[in-house]
Design a protein around this ligand. Structure first.
Ligand SMILES: [Mg+2]
Length: 397
């Protein structure tokens, strides 16, 4: 089998990748919904992979992997890798998890970072109400992740929160600087309120930044130790920082009982090397649609396990094909897997244009791993065609 073409259509907000072959089989994958601007970036890789055997996934990836980088510039490479696994699975008549080593678990735990509701305000009771609502959604999530501090409206909406100026109007609002004493008390109060509002059996994780100084990160992690948080994410680096920050994280992790998490922006195993080998964090969260794909994520997970580091992969914007990819790879991860971040289809008509997802998708906070070939979730061309942009009308031809 040979690759004869590479297409990319922006369906809704997600760039969708299609790898075509001379045997009529195609592989599909998706880029995060926040990145519709990457269509050209996907397409520019076509010339490097034409004529290759798509089932030799690693050999194809050697042609393009060097032309990627930290978020958002690893997304196109990652989506092509995932589409190759979809193709290889379909060609073999096997689910992708079998090609990655097989099922370690029959169902995968997901956490809620995407089934969200608008905040009524920023007071601790607003956080409590909102977080309880996220836990009460019918998926039965056992872990909920809430955004706080620099990963929220607080730096620009709450004067006196920190000694610095919020950066607005760029790619997302953010900030950096020491948090004031009242700002720190407020954050701890928010944690207490959220924990008080969550039912027993639902754990809380916090997406925190980046933007913290090392002393504040340590001070906060220690102040909330009694609340048994699952993790504090991206305090010092992460999200869209073009670096991993292992030297900074190493000054916090190991000095507090609260687990420290980062890594959604990181590209390739090499980006994780120092974080893992220095044990600079307790948990890492590579996103298959940014790290370089499924085999790359599996390799990172094995290396992390060897060093006592756990896995909670990122995925909030990965869409429904991204959800399928996460289910396939997380079924095959070692025992350091905790849960992945459950992506929702957006706009909601995405649920009408794919087939293969279970109904309901999530039961008691878990997704049963399916065994259909490839990713096991397909876009239905006739259903999807009305949503194609004029320049993409030949996407399914
Ligand atoms: Mg995050």
């Amino acid at each position: 089998m040979r690759i004869t073409g590479l297409k990319c259509a922006v369906i809704g907000d997600n760039p969708v990748v299609r790898v075509l072959t001379d045997e009529g089989l195609s592989g599909f994958a998706q880029v995060e919904s926040y990145k519709p601007y990457l269509r050209w970036h996907v397409l520019h890789y076509e010339r490097f992979i034409l004529g290759e055997d798509p089932t030799d996934v690693e050999r194809v990836m050697l042609k393009i992997r060097r032309r990627g980088a930290f978020k958002p510039w690893g997304s196109a490479v990652s989506a092509i890798e995932i589409a190759l696994w979809d193709l290889a699975g379909k060609a073999a008549g096997l689910p992708v998890h079998k090609l990655l080593g097989g099922k370690v678990r029959d169902r995968v735990r997901v956490y809620n970072g995407a089934v969200r509701f608008p905040m009524n305000g920023l007071a601790p009771e607003d956080y409590a109400e909102n977080t309880a609502r996220m836990a009460a959604s019918p998926e039965g999530f056992t872990i909920v992740k809430q955004g706080v501090a620099f990963h929220s409206q607080v730096p620009r909406s709450m004067p006196g929160f920190f000694y610095g100026d919020p950066v607005t109007g760029g790619h997302g609002d953010y900030g950096y600087g020491p948090i004031t004493e009242q700002g720190m008390r407020y954050l701890v109060d928010c944690v207490s309120a959220m924990k008080g509002a969550l039912p027993a059996g639902v754990g809380l994780a916090l997406d925190c930044g980046p933007g913290w100084t090392v002393p504040d990160a340590l001070r906060f992690a220690r102040a909330v130790e009694d609340h048994h948080l699952l993790w504090l994410e991206d305090m010092l680096a992460g999200d869209y920082t073009p670096f991993a920050g292992a030297d900074l994280y190493a000054q916090v992790t190991g000095h507090t009982a609260t687990p420290v998490h980062t890594g959604e922006q990181i590209y390739l195993r090499h980006g994780f090397k120092e974080l893992i080998e220095r044990r600079a964090v307790d948990i890492i969260g590579p996103d298959p649609c940014d790290v370089g794909g499924l085999a790359e994520l599996k390799w990172v997970a094995e290396h992390a396990h060897l060093h006592g580091i756990a896995m909670a992969p990122h995925g909030t914007g990965d869409g429904l094909l991204g959800l399928a990819a996460l289910v396939q790879v997380c079924a095959a991860l070692p025992q350091n897997f905790i849960a992945f971040e459950y992506p929702v289809g957006s706009p909601s008509w995405w649920y009408d244009i794919v087939e293969g997802l279970p109904s309901p998708i999530v039961r008691d906070g878990f997704i049963d791993v399916w065994d259909r070939p490839g990713l096991g979730v397909e876009i239905v061309p006739d259903a999807a065609r009305p949503y194609l942009a004029p320049e993409d009308l030949d996407f399914f031809d």
